[in-house]
Design a binder for this molecule. Structure first.
Ligand code: AHR
Length: 495
């Protein structure tokens, strides 16, 4: 099959930049994300610094991850940071009640996380305990992290081997406070936020970018209540969590075994992000017309059933080409909404939910999703070029979705990058592209696809889904014609 689309790439008249922080990630004390993912047993035969796995670090440096959110998730609201500092053998243990009821030995704490961020060359995004913590506890954590002078907390920090403050900026005040973070009402949370945020201080050289715990999916009244009740100058961002669940929360569906109907439904649910971002933004516009407060989509991604035989509390799932199409589509949505979406975090970076990397003892593999972040890194901090797209439908049964989605940007060297996704499982789509008043002479590209939408990378065959050179783009006078294969992601570079 074959069909046609038209795309117009406009000039950057808006001056909008795609924040690199849209390309952020998330690492929770959950399953094998921290323990067994980043932070491994000293006996594991891989290159390590302390207990941090360096092959994983190196792969993530390559795609320029801008920020990493930690320690949760739900775990954040039962985490007490003072248990995770000082000599490791003296640190108290705790139960990780949300994720498998396992014992947390606190060997990975504040210093270890910030060391990881420095190895990754990314900004930390700490999400702090509101649900079971205290204002004092949060306030002292900030002092411990960010105060350069002499103080009770900076003294302990220095005793623990760190002279200089870390100057952490991104600061989450609670997580999912409507649920695992305390089952609060929106009005109650907004009040708590104001109090906690007041005592999370801005120390010299370390102004906090405070992020309020936002809505679950389409809970617009949560956003409304927070925007109404929290002064704009008290928050840098307001969050939103949305997961693409192929089936229902009770029976989510397999990460690897699904038919076209299920593939289609999943992509339809993924595209719902467009509506969520638009409608939450519209509410924010009402209270904050100057768009000072960011919409921080700090948890997103596909959530399937766990791999058969693995601990259901560990949320370990495989990752297929379908997941790559979800990542590429969602990132296109965020790019196009970069006026408001200025931070986002895929859940979660290693071995949990929609991962970039899977590990099995000393082995590791890069997932199809990893490759999307690799292709899309060119959009980080580039100027948005708004797109107008006329896409054919992709339909299964009586339902339809737009087959193609896209976004574009121009970087500081005047190189134009266009990312296109074709969700149609069967049809090749020809995209005739007009580029308004932007000079370019040559086009090159890469494509991420496979023979089927359920294709995966395994430890034995880790390169089944990986980017390849794309030869389907041609210059046609001032225009560009692009031939998108079925279920593919394409990156074009115009110079
Ligand atoms: O990412 C897994 C969990 O999903 C997080 O801990 C929680 O915030 C969300 O419900």
């Amino acid at each position: 099959g074959q069909s046609n689309a038209t795309l117009t790439i406009q000039q950057n008249n808006t001056g909008l930049t795609i924040s690199r922080h849209i390309y952020g990630h998330f690492s929770e004390h959950l399953g094998r994300c921290i323990y067994g993912g980043f932070w491994v047993d000293p006996s594991l035969p891989v290159k390590k610094q302390d207990r941090i796995r360096l092959d994983v670090v190196e792969a993530l440096r390559k795609i320029k991850i801008p920020n990493l959110r930690w320690p949760g998730g739900c775990f954040a609201d039962e985490y007490h940071w003072r248990d995770g500092i000082g000599p490791r053998e003296q640190r108290p243990k705790m139960v990780n009640t949300h994720w498998g009821g396992v014992t947390e030995d606190n060997s990975f704490g504040t210093h270890e996380f910030l060391e990881l961020c420095s190895l990754l060359d990314c900004e930390p995004y700490i999400s702090a305990n509101v649900g079971s913590g205290t204002v004092e506890e949060m306030s002292k954590w900030v002092e411990y992290l960010n105060f350069n002078g002499e103080s009770p907390m900076s003294k302990i920090r220095k005793q623990n081997g760190r002279e200089q403050p870390w100057n952490v900026h991104f600061w989450g005040v609670g997580n999912e406070s409507w649920g695992c973070g305390g089952n609060m009402t929106a009005a109650y949370y907004a009040g708590e936020y104001r109090r906690y945020a007041t005592f999370a201080k801005n120390y010299p050289g370390a102004p906090l970018k405070k992020i309020a715990g936002g809505a679950n999916s389409g809970d617009y009244s949560w956003t409304e209540t927070c925007m109404k009740n929290i002064p704009l100058n008290q928050m840098w961002g307001l969050s939103l969590h949305y997961y693409t669940v192929p089936g229902t929360w009770g029976k989510k569906g397999s990460a690897t075994a699904f038919d076209e109907q299920e593939y289609f439904t999943t992509m339809k649910k993924c595209l719902h992000m467009e509506e969520l971002v638009s409608r939450h933004s519209a509410i924010m516009d009402h209270y904050d017309p100057e768009k000072k407060v960011a919409l921080a989509v700090d948890e997103w991604g596909i959530w399937t059933d766990v791999e058969p035989g693995t601990n259901p509390g560990f949320l370990y799932q495989q990752n297929s080409l379908r997941d790559a199409l979800i990542a590429a589509t969602t990132l296109n949505i965020f790019n196009n909404h970069c006026d408001r979406v200025r931070l986002a975090n895929l859940a979660q970076i290693v071995n949990v939910l929609q991962s970039l990397i899977l590990t099995d003892k000393e082995k590791m593999l890069l997932t199809p999703t990893y490759h999307v972040f690799d292709l899309y890194k060119v959009h980080q901090d580039a100027k948005l070029l708004p797109v107008l797209l006329n896409s054919p439908d992709y339909s299964v049964g009586k339902e339809k979705i737009p087959a193609v989605n896209a976004s574009a940007s121009v970087d500081s060297n005047n190189v134009i990058h266009v990312t296109l996704v074709n969700l149609d499982a069967h049809k090749n789509i020809d995209v005739s592209t007009m580029i308004s008043n932007l000079p370019w002479k040559t086009v090159e590209g890469q494509v991420l696809t496979a023979d089927k939408f359920a294709a995966i990378n395994t430890f034995d065959a880790p390169n089944t889904v990986q980017p390849a050179k794309f030869s389907g783009a041609k210059k046609n006078g001032a225009n560009l014609s692009v031939s998108l294969p079925p279920h593919s992601v394409v990156l074009l570079e115009l110079k």
